[in-house]
Design a protein around this ligand. Structure first.
Ligand code: SF4
Length: 441
């Protein structure tokens, strides 16, 4: 059984309220941290090996150490709660059931970064959660854990919740900052990076909800103890939101030493494939990461078991591996049609493109059109190569990672499931009435 650090108290009734959270030992990490110096806390975070839980997996302590500290210029912590990646809903769970864990993590992080005004930018569709967060902020303030002179340390900190307008692109950190400033959420060219010029051109750290929540157990048990959980550079625990054709969709906390097979089939987690069907493929890190067929999902090319961690999932590179990403684990059974699935994703990325760069603005729409054509049985063999060519021209040629996120699912689908694309071309009538999966199993 995986060790629980973040969700250990999630089952306790009333845990979203200050009184219950406090009774369970809540805010003791903040009390401990505020007796330390910011540098000492930073060292703990670095020692823990915590990697950003939003998708990129960049070491959090290192990110914090990049923050510029010009004299007299305010600095900010911004929590990225714009969780819009299809298949990912772990931050929603944390904010809905454990809002004080996030607030406590923000207090500690704000203290380290010297942020007297910190923000939570939350996706517009999570319409009921800002009230929960704002209530928790008021409770923490009433108890002296936010506001002026917190715990007599002389440190002031206010937290504000900003609702997004429902655009996926605002999950990209610079688009988020633009939106937070009240502008259209267009990603900025980098450099300068937010650590130097972020919110209102002030040094800013943007971190994912789960990353900030993880600061609490790190301070609680120490960075060294946190680093002992997990394996290699995949330290600590990770939240996974599991969905698709499985028996037990939900949010699970894993310690990154379990195999993918155990995660899918064990009753502790996904409980196996629904209706006893066969596993066809999986997207383990949210819709932007490459899809992997069952054989390469359960084992690496060397025949080693594949584990639920950053290194093992990426083993083999993009040709045979994938990414941990945001931990949005989407499972597809034997009946699913990869062409249809890829087309759905292409439609999503086309819709969400901000339109600033030509390869993304035009390429995502072009990919969607071609996929639609193939899926309807109206495609030609050359369309598959054209599709491949378009995704190659998008990847690496755009301002922000949305371009790559749109290209990778198409590339992986063609690489691993070309036969399905060809089946649609060769069987125009059948492909209008059946999907590939149902026709072949
Ligand atoms: Fe906008 Fe797409 Fe360019 Fe990102 S890659 S800036 S979403 S057009």
């Amino acid at each position: 059984m995986s060790k629980k650090l973040l969700l250990k108290d999630a089952h306790i009734e009333g845990i979203r309220y200050f009184e219950t959270y406090r009774k369970q030992g809540g805010y003791t990490a903040a009390e401990k941290a505020l007796k330390m110096t910011p540098d000492e806390i930073l060292e703990e975070v670095k020692t823990s090996g915590l990697r950003g839980r939003g998708g990129a997996g960049f070491p959090t302590g290192m990110k914090w150490s990049f923050l510029a500290k010009p004299e007299g210029v305010p600095r900010h912590l911004v929590v990225n709660a714009d969780e819009s990646e299809p298949g990912t809903f772990k931050d929603r769970y944390l904010m809905e059931f454990l809002p004080h864990l996030l607030i406590e993590g923000m207090l500690i992080s704000s203290f380290v970064l010297g942020s007297n005004v910190s923000y939570i930018y939350i996706r517009g569709e999570y319409s009921w959660i800002p009230d929960i967060l704002e209530e928790a902020i008021e409770e923490a303030k009433a108890a002296g854990f936010l506001g002026k002179n917190i715990l007599g340390t002389g440190f002031d900190c206010e937290i504000y919740v900003q609702r997004g307008g429902g655009a996926y692109i605002c999950g990209e950190e610079t688009a988020l900052l633009e939106s937070l400033e009240g502008k259209r959420g267009n990603p900025r060219l980098k450099p300068p990076f937010p650590a130097v010029k972020g919110l209102w051109e002030r040094p800013t750290v943007v971190n994912n909800v789960e990353s900030i929540a993880a600061i609490v157990p790190i301070i609680d048990i120490t960075g060294a103890e946190y680093a002992k959980i997990g394996v290699g550079r995949s330290t600590g625990t990770k939240l996974i939101s599991a969905c698709g054709n499985i028996n037990k969709p939900g949010v699970y906390e894993i310690d990154m030493t379990i195999t993918v097979e155990e995660f899918i089939y064990s009753d502790e987690y996904c409980g196996g494939i629904k209706d006893g069907k066969k596993l066809k493929a999986c997207i383990p890190g949210g819709s932007s990461v490459p899809i992997v067929p069952a054989n390469l999902l359960l084992r690496t090319v060397n025949g080693e078991p594949r584990y639920m961690n950053y290194e093992s999932l990426a083993d083999g590179g993009f040709a045979t591996g994938t990414m941990m990403g945001s931990g949005g684990f989407i499972v597809l059974d034997e009946d699913q049609c990869i062409v249809e699935h890829t087309m759905t994703l292409a439609r999503f990325y086309h819709h969400e493109s901000c339109g600033q760069c030509t390869p993304c603005r035009e390429g995502t729409g072009w990919m969607h059109k071609i996929l639609k054509k193939i899926e309807k049985g109206e495609g030609k063999m050359e369309d598959i190569d054209l599709l491949w060519d378009i995704q190659r021209k998008i990847e690496g040629n755009t301002i922000c990672p949305l371009g790559d996120a749109a290209a990778w699912p198409v590339a992986a689908a063609i690489r691993h499931f070309r036969d399905e694309f060809e089946w649609h071309v060769k069987n125009p009538e059948l492909s209008q009435t059946q999907n590939y999966g149902l026709a072949h199993y």
